[in-house]
Ligand binder design. Structure first.
Ligand code: ADP
Length: 327
């Protein structure tokens, strides 16, 4: 067997290579073909076909037993691979859940001491503001700024860790309404920057309305924020492919270097110096997480200086929902 060949015995009584095993002789076995299941390095066992009469086996007989052994080895291996994979998925899910809990607990518990820092800074400003010299005022300003930035980051982390756990059930969502809400929420920014926002007619998709509002709010507010010199021009378009819709938000802004285009979707990855743009670098990470929860994808196409297009895919409204849809 160690030679990796099937063993063929035509008659155990005249066999000279080895003496018949107890199991075989006690069953009156006279001839047979045995072969290994698996490889000699990693054998699973043996399979054999026996006869109680002496036999001359053809090459096809041997190949047949060998084929059965190969099929068995494949099935065993596939099964083991499947088990390993299932175990891995279970481990990953558990570790993901722990991380989520950790991020939630950490950011939640950080809020309290931060509130304390902020309120005592305010108290110092109010009570001792007049006594501070220029340096003192500046230091205090930096401290207040730091506390504000930290609050935004903690809020962002909380938002991020809640995407999976605090989402609502999916239902048909009219993206036209979502866009109207977002425009309303961003009205100040739009007016201040003199942004022109145009949109094709937008579809209804299946999703969590509040989360989709967050996504488009982040994308639109980025499109306005990273617009560079002139007034921002933002266009929203939609196209159907199969059971999905692709919705894109294009701007004419500063664009993103190709080497940074993956990084911007990570937590706390902002590219631009904090002095030029205020941001915590968590908006796109939240967008990606929400879109992933919807089974879709998010990506960016951009040329530095030429603007960026962020696209997301979202599931179209299925028949199951259409039945209940109220137009
Ligand atoms: P934030 O805007 O808070 O920094 P985001 O996660 O929303 O965080 O974005 C991450 C980074 O991606 C931003 O810091 C910016 O550098 C870049 N970015 C996002 N949207 C655009 C855009 N429309 N045009 C150019 N750069 C963008």
């Amino acid at each position: 067997m160690a030679n990796d060949h099937p063993v063929v015995v035509e008659n155990f009584e005249t066999e000279t290579r080895f003496s018949g095993s107890e199991l075989l002789t006690s069953h009156d076995i006279r001839s047979g073909i045995s072969t290994l299941i698996g490889t000699t390095d990693d054998p699973w066992g043996l399979i054999a076909a026996y006869d109680t009469n002496p036999q001359t086996f053809t090459e096809e007989d041997v190949t047949f037993v060998q084929s059965v052994a190969t099929i068995l080895a494949d099935a065993i291996e596939r099964n083991q691979y499947q088990n390993d994979l299932e175990q891995l998925v279970a481990d990953l899910e558990e570790s993901n859940e722990r991380l989520e809990q950790f991020a939630y607990a950490a950011s939640h518990d950080l809020q309290e001491p931060l509130r304390m820092v902020s309120s005592y800074l305010q108290l110092i400003e109010r009570r001792y503001g007049d006594e501070l010299d220029e340096d003192g005022e500046e230091f205090l300003e930096f401290a207040v700024d730091g506390a504000d930035r930290m609050r935004s980051m903690i809020d962002g982390l909380l938002q991020y860790s809640r995407v999976e756990t605090q989402g609502s059930e999916f239902e048909p969502v009219d993206l036209e309404n979502v866009l109207d809400d977002v425009r309303e929420d961003l009205r100040m920014k739009i007016e201040e920057s003199d942004a022109k926002i145009t949109a094709e007619s937008l579809p209804r998709v299946t999703g969590d309305e509040e989360q989709l509002r967050q996504v488009f709010q982040n994308l639109l507010s980025n499109a306005i924020k990273y617009s560079g010199e002139g007034p921002p021009k933002v266009h929203i378009s939609a196209g159907r492919n199969g059971t999905d819709w692709t919705v894109s938000v294009s701007d004419n802004g500063i664009g993103i270097d190709p080497k940074d285009q993956d990084r911007i979707f990570e937590v706390f990855e902002g590219l631009h110096a904090a002095d030029d743009y205020t941001g915590t670098g968590i908006g796109l990470a939240v967008c990606e997480r929400i879109i992933e929860r919807h089974g879709g994808e998010i990506w960016v196409e951009s040329e530095p200086g030429e603007g960026s297009t962020f696209s997301v895919t979202l599931p179209a409204v299925t028949d199951r929902f259409e039945e209940y849809a109220v137009e």
